[in-house]
Design a protein. Sequence first.
Length: 426
Amino acid sequence: MTDPLSALEAAVQALPDDRTLRVRYAELLADAGRHGEAIEQASVVLREAPEDDAATAVVRRAALAAAEPPGSTPAAVPAGAPPAPSDRHEDIDWSELEASIANPTEPPFVERVVAEHDEELVAEAAETAEDADPVAELRRETVRLADVGGLEVVKRRIDESFLQPMAHPEIAAAFGKKLRGGLLLYGPPGCGKTFLARAIAGELGAHFISVTLSDVLDRFIGESEKNIHRVFRTAREHAPAVLFFDEMDAIGAKRSGNTFSSFRNVVNQILVEMDGVDSQNDGVYVLAATNHPWEVDAALKRPGRFDRMVLVRPPDDDAREAILRVHLRRRPIEGIDLGDLVRRTKGFSGADLEHLVTTAAEKAMTESIRTGSVRPMRMDDMRAALKEVKPSIGPWVQTARNVAEYSNGSGEYDDMVEWLREEKQL
């Protein structure tokens, strides 16, 4: 026969947010004499619901029972009253003992009437404590879309579908368009999705808040959801603001395939913050970037959330030339043929191009150290680096091809299908 305590323990582990279940488990622990565990379980409930009378009663009962001398039988104690002194302490003058203590300690549990102004002070202190350790950094962006080399198709689509409605609020309002939005940038790794998000913030003249998985995920129950609420609250307080979630496939992964309740609750909290009944997101533009949009929970891509998706393609010829110029600009160079490099680097991501220039620079630097004088980077260095540095987006392209062929029934990846056909990958 299954032990009720073991069964309840398993149930609490499976449903950690069920307060009624956890209180019942705490009551049984107290009945079994496991007072410390009972207090611990009831305290979890009280952290989330301080007004829970049942959990409070368990803590009081377990604490009083734990304080009884071994072998004694606890007497019935009215709620809130201290236990009566045992007979073996009859000869103690309690008044004299109390008077001799210069700094008497407070009882373990007290009930105090909180005045209205006290409640305001408590709320203000709690808010100040939260803001003292911000979840993510708030900053102003100075980059613009013009600073993004190439990618004209991508920039034009972002401008038409996202920026123009936001820049003309009076026209948008006439058509019932609210001053909020969600945009999901996706594509191969290292192709500038984060830089594009910063440029969008710059175009809007908005604050920029960048959030990663490490910023929001917490090991303690309920803290991850609080972190999500805090970043949204910060964005609302500093509107207009761009709230950017990097690696959205990690933060908002499919709940159906997630065995950890913390991850599922994070997705639920994002949904509530983006279009819940009480959400006030006017002036908050929520952007996200991911390499694998097919791993993002489907609910996050429905209307009112990340309902627009834009493929950030690998850099085209103009973009590759611009990226190479940026990384070569502050290095000593001589006889660099940019046109030849652009032709040789088709299929390279922006990160690949940076790695290519860094590798060539290391070769020139090594020879300069050996000879004792600075020798500029030359095409020989770039060609040698091209033999070592290869495009890194191959695995992503293979996965994208499979998604395009077998998982695009709704048409949400049509722009990716178009690009794959242009590149003769389909």
